[in-house]
Design a protein. Structure first.
Length: 266
């Protein structure tokens, strides 16, 4: 029993070291600084045209958050697995007493924490803007739910990119494929299903619409939803189903990516 406890504690400590190493790496290669800068700059762009209500302003700003989340996931998790094999650093790290599982768990957690930090920064900047423009009392009551759904979508996005990082051999390939899968492939499937009057409830990018829909307002952006007049049916993700879908994507793709990473030989 004591030996098992010691092994668990060692794995936890090794995972912590891996997380710390990855976060420091994000700072040194400026990935975290670049994405954090985007999280500050994007909300500031909406000073160009300020709507009458804080709810519409928040809805407008949050419309672009899912894109930033996907970019963050691609930047932080794109080389989580394949980067070790591509640079041959696995030859140095894997023969050591530290297990592969703790190494890759640390990499995933670090990518997740970095993405969470970017999301938090985005909301903080937006809330300061709302307070400055409309007053603290005007902050939408649904902003808490929006933040939590954004974190769930972040977990799903990081898991998806982590999976492709384990599946593919080159960092650039896994980063691009993970980004395109979330931003293009799933969006195309979502659009096709919508055209045939089928709700794409099982598509995680559709569930990410909860980030704005929980606010109970409509964006004033003209191009939202494809822009212009459209006879296509419109769907709104259900809160419970959307949360379940995002959790499922996060777990399934993480477990699949981890299994692939642990079995890779080159």
């Amino acid at each position: 029993m004591e030996m098992a406890r010691d092994n668990i504690m060692n794995d936890v400590f090794d995972t912590y070291l891996s997380v710390k190493f990855e976060l420091v790496k994000y700072l040194k290669n400026r990935r975290l600084l670049i994405i954090a800068a985007l999280a500050i700059i994007i909300p500031l762009i909406f000073y160009v045209k300020v709507p009458d209500t804080a709810g519409v302003f928040a809805d407008n700003v949050l419309t672009f958050l899912n894109v930033l989340i996907v970019i963050s996931a691609a930047m932080f998790a794109g080389d989580a697995v394949c980067g070790e094999f591509e640079k041959k650093t696995n030859l140095l790290s894997f023969p050591t007493p530290q297990r592969r599982s703790s190494i890759f768990a640390g990499k995933y957690i670090a990518a997740l924490l970095a993405t969470f930090l970017v999301v938090l920064l985005y909301y903080v900047v937006m809330m300061l803007q709302i307070a400055q423009l409309y007053g603290w009392g005007a902050i939408p009551t649904g902003l808490g739910k929006s933040f939590l759904t954004a974190l769930l979508f972040s977990a799903a996005a990081v898991s998806v990119v982590f999976f492709f990082s384990g599946l593919l051999k080159r960092s650039i390939s896994s980063t691009i494929v993970g980004f395109l899968f979330l931003m293009v492939v799933l969006r195309v499937v979502e659009g096709i299903l919508t055209r045939v009057n089928q709700e794409p409830w099982f598509i995680v990018t559709y569930s990410s619409g909860l980030i704005t829909s929980v606010l109970g307002t409509s964006s004033s952006l003209l191009f939202r939803g494809g822009g212009g007049e459209s006879n296509l049916p419109t769907f709104t993700p259900h809160l419970g189903v959307g949360i379940a879908v995002m959790i499922a994507y996060a777990i399934v793709f993480l477990v699949s990516g981890m299994l692939i990473a642990l079995r890779r030989e080159d």
